[in-house]
Design a binder for this molecule. Sequence first.
Ligand SMILES: [Zn+2]
Length: 403
Amino acid sequence: MVVVCLDGSADEYLDAALARGRMPNLHRLSVEGYRGMARGAMPSFTNVNNSSIITGAPPSVHGIGGNFFYDRTSSQEVMMNSSRFLRCETLLAAASRAGRRIGVVTAKEKLRDILSAGLDFVGESGPISFSSEKAREAKLATHGWDNAETLVGAVTPAIYSGEASLYVLRAGVAMLRQGRADLLYLSTTDFIQHKYAPDTSGALDFYEGIDQELGHLLALGAVLGITADHGMNAKQNSDGTPKVVYVESQLTEHFGSGFRVILPITDPYVVHHGALGSFAVVHLPESFSDPSRVAAFLTDLPGVTEVHAQAHAARLFELPVDRLGDFVVLSNRDTVLGRTPQHHDLTAIEGGLRSHGGRYEEMVPFLRSERLNPVYAQRATGDVRNFDIFEFTMNGGLESVLK
Ligand SMILES: [Zn+2]
């Protein structure tokens, strides 16, 4: 059983590559198995959705509602890319305890800690978990393998490359081939999708490479489940400059100082997106008298599509309410939300801005390499979530019905 999260893979990427005959394995898989769409977790960010996929639960349950949140008790902006922020166990840890041999590979080291939560690295017979970013530095006691380059048979790739993602899948192929794991989670990175639109050669070449590795996994007898954490859209003006609403600047100008805008897309990998996405959290100044005026003002900003007060936002998006601000703001397909112009280094995204975080990146591909049984085929017509992928992959086959 192999679950693959193709980071940033809006369905348009698969469509473009399939239409040009660049993904023959995915084509066969779509015909013989199941290809549909599923709704991701909001905000449509990487860590949020990866946490959901490995727990099978929304952020209100697992606790990771973004890369950042503002902790009111300590008055600090806290980075959440650590497993200590997880509030429930992962499917992988439970399956490992139940005797499955777990293999986890992710591109970015920032995600590895969350994906490895609860895994007991007991040496050569135990689970394996590493990132392609730090493959060389993997250790038996903490990753289940000494130097993963010797497992994959290739050197550690650069993180800002398509290779970083292909390496993840190659590692999965190597683990299956060597009989080293039987339940795998392979999670790529979205460097290519941030950089290239679906119908460009940069994207098409990448998906052809992905398809080859999917073919190897299938040839080794894997049942494959494939989904994405979020989609990806161009967020720019017609002249190629980023289309940004600077929310904190706007609020300060109209209501005075003291507002704090948290952009939960913020992470150390700024080349991807310059910390600009379509989802922002607003904290009002202490004892601010008239929140409803702020909500009305935000709602009227061009490019803003939704403004929700804390409790409603938590319910609507299934987010942990204690890690949320006073308002949640979302922007439309081609607009991103920023803090202040000074806060963002736009030189990092001079080639154009493609990003995510909002509603328009919420629906993602959802595939299973073998046919769904009638129960899951019926469920697939409803409100399927990308974090149902482990369940669909493991229980959704015809053999599950016959038992
Ligand atoms: Zn992502």
